[in-house]
Write a protein that binds this ligand. Sequence first.
Ligand SMILES: *Cc1c(COP(=O)(O)O)cnc(C)c1O
Length: 384
Amino acid sequence: MSDDRIPFALPDITDAEIEAVTRAIRSGWVSSGPETVAFEKEFAAHVGGQVEAVAVNSATAGLHLALEACGIGPGDEVIVPTWTFTATAEVVRYMGATPVLIDVDPDTLNIALPSVADVLTSATKAVIPVHLGGLGVNLKTLRAIVGANIRIIEDAAHALPTITAGNQVGDCRYSDAAVFSFYATKTITTGEGGMITTRDPAIAARARVMRLHGIDRQSFDRYQSDKSTWFYDVVAAGFKYNLTDPAAAMGRVQLNRSAAMHARREELAEQYLDALRRLPVRLPAQPPVGDTHAWHLFILRISPEAPVDRDGFIAAMAEKGVGTSVHFIPLHKHTIWRDSLGLEPRQFPNATEQFEHVVSLPMFSSMSDDQAQRVASAAIRILT
Ligand SMILES: *Cc1c(COP(=O)(O)O)cnc(C)c1O
């Protein structure tokens, strides 16, 4: 394999991130502290300012805390699209509740909104829409379907930045909370990390307590120098989900750069859309006019009339030095969800059918025009 291989994903890191992390380490405050507080404030302002932001050490932790703060528990049902990463469903199990998997829209691969109405029961307490690849779910429509009493917790792992139904994902205009991921491959990264945003002060307050052992105040306050600060009270058996300051320092720089990084992803998506439009593929769905796509993922579907199938395409791209991936293997095809929920492929006709055809092309903001061109040329050679 040549050493000019194009990876599927790569974090976009500059000297500014390295300097910020170095500064945070040199400060001596290597757990959660002032950088984390500043990152939360800047993140809340970034997504619209009407929310509080709570930093956590992963989106999985954030989804767990959001469900916990909403009081989800045994006997409750939480609606989850089958087309997602397993974290979206596993957090429901953390709470002892039952994930109710449903099919997706065959065009957007996002949760099938009409199917949400079909599975609502008296036990339904929440729904977790996923903005797949950075293409927004229409939350205004979802809110109209579920009504005011069912919680909407957005899995916004792919959605920084996404505008849907005219609103920035994370501003929580129609949802109870949104949870972002800063995992290595996501649109901004802190290595590992995540952020909850919410307009509900009760959710934010509970998440802050539960992310740090159920202690009733933050460690940052505890080390302030007024005399009574040694005292703290543990009010719940909480978790250890706080973000560290070196990670937050990196996140602040990435957030600052996020508009520019998004503009680059949009350019790359345009190049792919233009170069691949005559091939036997289905191109990714586009958002309605006025909304935007984060382009975390660029998901192609290889048509049945193409000279190779999806697996053949992935192998041929690898031979040409281009990394690809598949997002996602639907949850109903994984052993744990299939067996524990008694699921059959025919319950998810769209996801089952589309899964055979999907492949994600390399997409990262540090990708050059030349690299994008080489990805497109390789795809064109394989598919014509
Ligand atoms: C990456 C991802 C997560 C989990 O994010 P972590 O920060 O790694 O916990 C959750 N949901 C989806 C859809 C993801 O892609």
